[in-house]
Design a protein around this ligand. Structure first.
Ligand code: SF4
Length: 106
């Protein structure tokens, strides 16, 4: 008896792989006008590692024209960015009560 590849097994059993982007789309956000993330640009500017660009699972940090920009609206509230920033350029706190992400596992 032949052993099916993972792809064959999924196709045979009508199982589609679930992508992270699809899971994230199930979450609900109540966006506060007040940002819960602040970037100290004068410190950030001097950083060469820029770990925030790589650790954020929601890709909230982007490099644009050599400068880190971010959005707080899609934040998953994991806190990884603040921990990874060895320079202390990121000020992070949980959003105010009633705001932020509501996880939906579907
Ligand atoms: Fe991204 Fe997590 Fe930082 Fe939110 S707390 S911006 S999800 S790394």
């Amino acid at each position: 008896m032949a052993i099916d590849s993972r792809r064959d097994f999924r196709a045979k059993n009508n199982m589609n792989p679930v992508r992270v982007e699809h899971k994230l789309a199930l979450n609900k956000y109540e966006v506060d006008r007040e940002a819960h993330i602040r970037l100290k640009e004068e410190i950030c500017r001097e950083c060469e590692l820029r770990a925030c660009l790589y650790v954020c699972p929601a890709e909230c940090y982007k490099l644009r024209e050599g400068k880190v920009s971010y959005n707080y609206e899609g934040c998953l509230e994991c806190g990884s960015c603040q921990i990874s920033c060895g320079k202390g350029a990121i000020e992070w706190s949980y959003p105010r009560g009633g705001f932020g992400i509501s996880f939906e596992y579907g």
